[in-house]
Ligand binder design. Structure first.
Ligand code: NAI
Length: 330
């Protein structure tokens, strides 16, 4: 048995966490759970977004399954997600987007993995008010952070039967910062001759992803482009409810759905738990539990093909009913 930490989050967070844990338990995942309420609601109750005990649990277990947390726009506290990623140096954000045969989309051939650098770029949160009408934001790109994410993307390609890694950038405009990222990519690509290396400007990437998604395989990019491009890939496969992610550091790892707390549907019990559940499958695979992860993935595939789905996928099922359909198929 391995103990993991679970953050329940805001909005739809508790609903999709309960559904996910019920499926993990039914599947016999060899896990024990230390669960914590975190986020805006916890802040209003106890004055801390993440209680000390929750941080301590993650520092002990090293593995976190995290639900979405609300971040107020343009004011208030810095995103907790960004804080967690930087505090624990969870530098590699891996977001696999694979079309599922059961989910009808115009893009059935999509199978791409985004490697998003997770610790720097514009997300360092350094903004300066120059005068009343002028604000500067600082974009940071360093050799160390770029090397490790690019190296990880190539190593992932080699170990997961992938053929190509594309570097996504805007080096035609940001000649120094994105220029450094691209030049490091070209250096590292030479060390991985069995993997095809390509590079694309981020705007062209968005167009090509929609028109010719089969041209892409693994993609690696700085933080901001990774945030945007990976949401685009979720749109290609049927929406945010289907995009899982891993945030991997040297010895700690956090797994979460890419979507946010969805306040527009919170409390209505219609959220799709699949992205969090697939994130939990990535967690199990990270722990070497490939068998149970595979069983859950197979049950999800069958439920997506046969069961009443949640409204984001065109069905009428409540979160719990859909979770029970997966459990029935385990
Ligand atoms: P969102 O991802 O929460 O929602 C965007 C749209 O997708 C909404 O219409 C929502 O109903 C739908 N959606 C998202 N997840 C769904 C699911 N599992 N099932 C069915 N429909 C789903 O993005 P939004 O509204 O921009 O952000 C809401 C809050 O979440 C903000 O405070 C934002 O900062 C935060 N956020 C947190 C993240 C995290 O904790 N990792 C990531 C992204 C946003």
């Amino acid at each position: 048995m391995k103990t993991i930490t679970v953050f329940k989050g805001d909005g739809i967070g508790p609903e999709i966490t309960d559904a996910t844990l019920s499926i993990l338990r039914a599947a016999g995942a060899p896990l024990e759970y230390e669960c914590f309420d975190v986020g805006e609601a916890e802040y209003e109750r106890h004055g801390a977004l993440i209680p000390e005990a929750a941080f301590a649990s993650f520092e002990k277990t090293k593995v976190l399954l995290k639900s979405p947390i609300t971040t107020p726009i343009g004011k208030g506290f810095r995103s907790l997600n960004v804080q967690l990623r930087t505090k624990y140096d969870l530098y590699a954000n891996i977001r696999p987007a694979k079309a599922n045969a059961a989910v009808k989309t115009p893009f059935p051939q999509v199978d791409v993995v985004t490697f998003r650098e997770n610790t720097e770029d514009l997300y360092v949160g350094v903004e300066e008010q120059i005068d009343e009408d002028t604000v500067h934001a600082t974009k940071i790109i360093t050799r160390g952070a770029s090397e490790r994410i690019i190296e990880d993307a190539f190593r992932y390609a080699e170990t997961h039967g992938r053929k190509k890694v594309t570097c996504v950038h805007k080096a035609n405009i940001l000649k120094l910062s994105d220029g450094l990222f691209l030049s490091i990519f070209r250096e590292i690509a030479k060390k991985h001759p069995t993997i095809e290396a390509a590079d694309r400007i981020v705007d062209a990437t968005c167009m090509e992803l929609v028109m010719y998604p089969e041209r892409f395989d693994v993609m690696v990019m700085p933080n901001l482009y990774g945030d945007i491009v990976s949401d685009l890939t979720s749109g290609l496969i049927g929406g945010l409810g289907l995009l899982p992610s891993a945030n991997i550091g040297k010895d700690m790892a956090m797994f979460e759905a890419v979507h946010g707390s969805a306040p527009d549907i919170a409390g209505r019990h219609i959220a799709n738990p699949t992205a969090l559940l697939w994130s939990a499958c990535m967690l199990l695979e990270h722990l070497g539990e490939h068998g149970v992860a595979g069983r859950i993935r197979a049950a999800v595939d069958r439920a997506l093909a046969e069961a009443n789905l949640t409204p984001d996928l065109g069905g009428t099922a409540h979160t719990k009913e859909y979770a029970e359909a997966i459990i029935d198929r385990l």
